[in-house]
Ligand binder design. Sequence first.
Ligand code: GLU
Length: 445
Amino acid sequence: MTIKTRFAPSPTGHLHVGNIRTALHNWMFAKKQGGLFLLRLDDTDSERSKEEYVDAIRADLAWLGLVPDEEQRQSARFERYEEQLERLKAAGRVYPAYETAQELDLKRKIQLGRGKPPIYDRAALDLTAEQISALEAEGRKPHWRFQLDHGKQITWTDQIRGDQHFDPSLLSDPVIRREDGSWLYMLPSAIDDIDMNITHVVRGEDHVANTAVQIQMFHALGAQPPEFAHEALLVGTEGKLSKRLGSLGVSSFREKHIEPQAIVALLARIGTSDPVEPIADVEPLIATFDFARFGRAPARFDDEELAQLNQKIVHLLDYADVKARLPEAMDSEAWAVIRPNLHDMGDVDQWWQVVTGPISPPEFSVEDREFLSMAHDRLEELEASSDLWKDLTGALKEATGRKGKSLFMPLRQALTGLDHGPDMNALLPLIGREVALERLVNTIA
Ligand code: GLU
């Protein structure tokens, strides 16, 4: 049996970090098992689903490296849902109901007022043929409910939550299709999971009660339910599911120069018993991926942790990984010199400008100008191929008696315009002898 997972977003908006985490776990589990990862677009809501979001979802997954092995769209499968609905009707597992939203709301209020759980009372099951004709004559159209089997307790062993148990008589028969013929999420999803041979459903724990209902749907459709893994939700450092996280997606990560590898490394591990580590290569993350290591407490997403992880990951990236994003003239040697100074890839241009100029050095004291003038003359005497920084500072030290900061700082400032930055020993050859001489002339002119 081929392991197959699916990520099933509704294209009614952009993916946020919570969705991304679910997608990642589905993908990683499939990869670890040598299985397949399906992207299923839950686009039954034709009004809210937008092509621009479909494109954005595909692009975001591609940027993260989570390439689906297959793509399906629910909007292409309405006939199939219709067919299966007919099957369930024939089996007596769905029934028409005619209550309006207001009537249902009133029922719930009365139940709650009496201290009872607001479970649908199945009044529609008691309607006689005449009552139904009368309602239809009034112009009412039915919505359809799936009839739970109260005689069958619902149990499954969740890969993260362990043994789960639901009493179906404590659940409402779910509405599966609206008056206007549009589909609610529950039944099409179960039909797809069957038809598309999904073996593992990995999703947020907000779906646990849906799973209870869907397990009965799988059985009613003559299928064995897949395995389920419901992961604890993602919360912000503020400790709750925040609006902020809900709008945090790939575009804001890109704006902040966060690498996809950093997001993957973080989201692969938070909420698990494995430590978050700067691992730029996804293979070791896949190798350690295991639902048994997922905790039940919410996973905490911390921007600061992401930023730090991102920096460590940038320091691991090879020239080949980043070449396309570097200034044209920047070679692997330059990358090696500049890389340790980067907070993120957004800093590259600034450091490259230190190499190529222009730079703006500070004003120097009279003594420092004399010193820099001497530096100019000494540098002029050096071969371009020599160990420029070592030879220059060695000669100046001997000639002036300067050492430490008073020796290095005016040189660094004159040559880079900054008082910190890459190791001068490595940086000076990148700047080059000619440009360095010019910069020294400029500061003493
Ligand atoms: N479209 C559903 C959602 O985004 C899919 C849930 C599922 O994974 O079954 O909530």
